[in-house]
Ligand binder design. Structure first.
Ligand SMILES: Nc1ccc(Br)nc1
Length: 446
């Protein structure tokens, strides 16, 4: 619950007298609107999730990279009417520079690839887990930040790259106990759209705008989608035909309409063939309505969805062969995906797959004699030197308090530095799970 406005409520002094100068008005202890704190329990779950992101990235031979959360606003200024642009968390800094908290990671990756130029050999396989931001009117009460896992392959033009990326996510789901009965991937290609729009002589420069409008299907009324499409200059017939094609759910049907010679059908057939050979075809399905909401995709696009249809897209990605050249870089093909840290947790909760993650310390070390606090610190440093975790009791506390804390921090062992034992260079050890206790020489403590 949020703390009341400090000026409206009195926290000290009698109701009649104003708060005395030295009494602090209580600050708002909640994090800024739309952001989250990660206290220990939530941080353990986040770390567990990110460890799985990282382990899958390692299995696929990807190298970790990172970029500033703050970027030049110019990196994200695209004219295709994307929501990500409307919600850009941007401002002018003290140097009068237009900057933004990154809403996504791909433009930063593109920037770094261009910066590295010939000093990096292709293909690049990079991954990152980074916080991304949006500034959304809190009327919708949605989050303004989330962490995204991204994997990107730069320098491979064939759909083997997309197949590899989708399979990486399949492996991630499997690691968490999520199966193809729980989730699937809708796969399509923006080349489907391209080939339709060409049939209707829609100018190429409208391609991004049309994709963004189509991505709104299912989120806004169909009539509004039609109206927005017509506002780009598309005829009623073109809009009708486009929507007809977007409803196709079978590759065979798509081939009937587009023919076999186009790149869209060829790419998709190859991708599905790779999925078949790799053994994850039951995870993916063709769905022409998938376009994704980022203007820079140029080919295969895909999104992970929950089969119960309760959640928004779990992850999404695709090919963005022109992004580097739009930033002034070479014309290098690339593809990647983003996977947010929030929807997946909702899915794990739904499926009862949230892991039990408890905090644990191997040792709690204490001395009951204040004169032996230094000795206790020495024992702690010996154990830490052996790679063991130690919670060192830092103040003189009664044994009852120590046992209570030992239970709280889930300690395995209690090491007691007592006066008589210490005179014999011994310490007392109590195994807290069994109650077994014994004395041991300091240099035999392991
Ligand atoms: N792009 C973006 C950023 C932050 C959140 Br929360 N969602 C989407």
């Amino acid at each position: 619950d949020s703390v009341g406005d400090a000026t409206s409520s009195r926290r000290s002094g009698s109701p009649s007298s104003p708060p005395t100068a030295d009494v602090q008005q209580k600050i708002d202890v909640n994090p800024p609107k739309g952001t989250r704190d990660f206290p220990p329990e939530e941080m353990r779950l986040r770390n567990w999730l990110f460890q799985n992101f990282r382990e899958v990235s390692r299995l696929f031979g990807f190298e970790e990279v990172d970029f500033p959360v703050l970027e030049s606003e110019a990196l994200f200024i695209r004219k295709a009417g994307e929501e990500i642009r409307d919600q850009l968390y941007c401002f002018e800094d003290r140097g009068n520079r237009r900057v933004a908290l990154r809403p996504e990671l791909t433009p930063s990756l593109a920037r770094l690839v261009i910066q590295k130029g010939k000093s990096v050999s292709l293909p690049l396989k990079w991954f990152t887990v980074g916080q991304c931001w949006r500034y959304e009117r809190m009327t919708r009460g949605r989050r303004r930040e989330h962490y995204q896992w991204n994997m990107d392959i730069v320098g491979v033009s064939g759909v083997t790259a997309e197949a590899e990326l989708i399979y990486a996510i399949v492996m991630f789901f499997k690691r968490l106990g999520i199966t193809e009965l729980d989730v699937g991937f809708k796969v399509s290609s923006r080349k489907v759209l391209q080939e339709i729009l060409r049939c209707y002589n829609i100018p190429e420069n409208l391609f991004g705008n049309v994709c963004i409008i189509i991505d709104k299907m299912g989120k806004i009324a169909l009539d509004d989608v039609k109206r927005e499409l017509k506002s780009t200059g598309m005829s009623d017939e073109a809009v009708g035909q486009l929507l007809e094609v977007l409803s196709i759910k079978s590759l065979a049907k798509l081939e009937e309409i587009l023919g076999s010679s186009g790149e869209a059908v060829a790419d998709l057939k190859q991708l599905f063939s790779f999925a078949e050979k790799t053994g994850y075809s039951e995870w993916i399905q063709f769905d022409a309505s998938v376009v994704r909401g980022l203007a820079y995709y140029t080919g295969i696009v895909f999104e992970g969805f929950d089969r119960e249809g309760k959640l928004r897209a779990i992850c999404g990605g695709g090919r963005y062969d022109k992004l580097l050249s739009t930033f002034g870089g070479d014309d290098i093909p690339a593809c990647g995906f983003g996977f947010g840290d929030a929807i997946i947790v909702e899915l794990l909760k739904e499926k009862g797959l949230l892991p039990e993650l408890s905090f644990q310390v191997e040792n709690i070390v204490c001395s009951l004699d204040p004169d032996l606090q230094g000795a206790a610190a020495l024992v702690a440093s010996i154990l830490r030197g052996k790679g063991q975790s130690v919670d060192l009791v830092l103040e003189s506390k009664p044994l009852k308090w120590v046992f209570k804390r030992a239970a709280k921090i889930n300690a395995c062992r209690l090491i007691l530095v007592g006066t008589s034992e210490w005179q014999r260079s011994m310490v007392a050890v109590k195994i807290l799970s069994t109650g077994e206790q014994y004395e041991t020489k300091l240099d035999e403590l392991d």
